[in-house]
Write a protein that binds this ligand. Structure first.
Ligand code: GCB
Length: 590
């Protein structure tokens, strides 16, 4: 054994992780970046699977680290000789040997930087699953937890002409994480969304909200601003060309807000009208396309722009066979087109925040969205750290997407057991969502009482819409109990059937009783929609799911083969199953 080589590891074997947990990157360092110019750090990064976390233990990021006693802890290779991995991407789909890998991987690249007069600089990561530790020029900058939301690292004063950035990305599942170690989807790994540099002036717009005031009048827009930097007082200027708005907003102690009387043309799935808006403060300017619409609940009705709407939806994971979670714009457009072909006006983006591009594209194409955080099944509701992690992910999602007209629902979880700890945990999240965004609806996909056949969840008190997942005809074999469930339930709020469905291998045919066939799936869909049509308080559905998706828990060799086959299309979306047409027909008539 070479003692020098193992020196650091031996000392820190017990505690090396703790060293990196002190600096957390949270929503506090978030900056509003939609509509800003950014520079890409995407491309081919040097990449190494680091199964034993040697980078963190032996400080590879310091590149031949010498400890305080002068002992030398060498790296016996150079990063530049490593294999290359595209960023963004999921390592699982880049090489077969990485397909099932869970653990740490080191990503690093060099880049040149020249100051163009900016005084603050950030690096944005669109998403890294699950845990990311970021190093710049041998210095540790911090750790972000949460696999689907963006994070921002300030690098002001740390950039040189030649720089090395290094990220340790770790997708190990953990019972205290959000999601926990057990889910019904594939656990992809890597830096799978864009990495970008953002250059800013000394004082800049840190946060920006703009929305129609949801009072039923459609004649007021509220804008909110948060400024960071030395100049905390002054005036900001909002311009919306198409509405002849040129409005001054007073900024005091870094905050400003204004209500502007104006009657915009309203955004809806049928008329996805977007206005070009710009907001300027000092040397900083953000330019964005903004839609204005109102979403509200009145008794058991959901009102879009004051009119009752039935949410004709479909659930979708963020996945493609080729790219894993690193879906392209073309794939998002394809999904929305397929949903529209099914006559949908709405999609449920399950079970975690999808890329911000999804909501931006939905704004353009006109489809309503449910966005969700991965408070999925039995996470550790007792653990305060788990709560903080969930709340941070919720905050990062809402602050990222709250100017998107397409997004109408923030969902705080899916199918969680009804314990006191869970009710407290998720009620706090629902309240947080309302605090961050009073203009949208809050919901959760609730589990039903399958003993008494009732929609009965204590969390419902905190929700605007009750989401109900039910699998009558599939996991609950006696279909008649679905009718009982609706008879027994007396919700005072709108209910949407957030999930129903059945497995069917594409092209696999048989009788309606043969599980795993398209015929059985078709029959379950046919019976389901027939019942929904008779229940006045059901105000929408988002069946499970648009297309088949990878899932390590699905082992049936013929009908599953490590895929959840509840899709209405095959996993590559090339084939529509019979049930697709049931939904197309059902939605056509609503
Ligand atoms: C559910 C879950 C979803 C699963 C689905 C299934 O209730 O919410 O994530 O994939 O059931 O297929 O069992």
């Amino acid at each position: 054994m070479n003692p020098a080589k193992n020196y650091d590891d031996a000392i820190h074997n017990q505690s090396y992780e703790a060293r990196y947990l002190t600096k957390r990157i949270t929503n506090e360092s978030m900056i509003y970046d939609a509509g800003r110019t950014k520079e890409s750090l995407n491309g081919y990064w040097s990449f190494g699977i680091d199964q034993y976390d040697t980078c963190l233990r032996a400080r590879w990021f310091e590149e031949n680290y010498v400890d305080k006693d002068g002992r030398y802890n060498p790296m016996d290779f150079s990063f530049d000789e490593w294999e290359k991995m595209p960023v963004p991407s999921c390592w699982n789909v880049q090489k077969e040997k990485y397909f099932l890998y869970e653990g740490s991987a080191v990503y690093t690249r060099t880049f040149l930087y020249q100051n163009h007069g900016e005084e603050r600089v950030y690096i944005k990561f669109g998403a890294v699953n699950y845990d990311a530790k970021v190093f710049l020029n041998k210095e540790y900058l911090g750790c972000h937890k949460g696999g689907s939301t963006p994070f921002y690292v300030e690098v002001t004063g740390l950039l040189k002409e030649q720089n090395r950035i290094l990220v340790v990305a770790n997708n190990t599942r953990n019972k205290d994480h959000v999601p926990t170690d057990n889910t019904d989807w594939f656990n992809y790994g890597g830096i799978y969304r864009d990495v970008e540099i953002i250059r800013l002036p000394a004082t800049f717009i840190k946060d920006f909200t703009i929305a129609l005031v949801p009072d039923g009048g459609f004649d007021k827009i509220r804008i909110g601003l948060a400024i960071e930097g030395a100049e905390k007082n002054g005036t900001a200027n909002l311009k919306i060309g198409g509405l002849s708005i040129d409005h001054t907003v007073e900024i005091r102690d870094g905050l400003g807000s204004a209500v502007i009387e104006v009657r915009p043309e309203l955004w809806s799935p049928d008329n996805p009208k977007l206005y070009e808006a710009s907001i300027e403060f000092g040397e900083d300017i953000i330019r964005e396309k903004i839609g204005f619409r109102e979403i509200r609940v009145d008794g058991q009705e959901i009102l879009l722009n004051g009119k009752p709407i039935y949410l004709k939806g479909i659930s979708a994971h963020e996945e493609s066979v080729k790219n894993g979670k690193a879906v392209s714009d073309a794939e998002i457009v394809e999904n929305i087109k397929l949903a529209k072909e099914m006559n949908c006006n709405y999609m449920r983006l399950a079970h975690y925040p999808h890329t911000e591009r999804a909501a931006q594209i939905a704004d353009e194409m006109g489809i309503l969205l449910w966005e969700e955080i991965p408070v999925y099944w039995s996470i550790n509701f007792q653990n305060q750290k788990t709560y903080r992690d969930a709340e941070n992910q919720l905050t990062e999602l809402i602050r990222r997407d709250r100017n998107r007209a397409s997004v109408i629902v923030w969902a705080v979880g899916n199918e969680n057991p009804d314990t006191d700890a869970r009710v407290a945990f998720m009620s706090a999240l629902a309240r947080k969502a309302k605090e961050l965004d009073p203009t949208r609806l809050v919901s959760a996909a609730c589990m039903l009482d399958h003993v008494n056949h009732m929609i009965d969840d204590r969390l419902a008190d905190e929700l605007d819409i009750i989401g109900a997942n039910e699998y009558y005809g599939w996991y609950q074999p006696n279909f008649d109990n679905l009718v009982k469930l609706f008879e027994n339930s007396k919700p005072i709020k709108p209910v949407i059937i957030t999930e129903f469905g059945a497995d069917a291998k594409a092209g696999h045919r048989g009788t309606v009783d043969e599980k795993g066939t398209e015929d059985c799936q078709h029959e379950i869909y046919r019976k389901q929609v027939e019942v929904f049509n008779r229940i006045p308080y059901v105000k929408g559905t988002s069946p499970w799911i648009l297309y088949d998706f990878r899932c390590p828990r699905r082992l049936h060799p013929i009908t599953q083969n490590y895929y959840n086959t509840k899709g209405l299309l095959s996993e590559d979306k090339s084939y529509k199953k019979l049930a697709f047409y049931v939904m197309q027909h059902f939605y056509e008539g609503r």
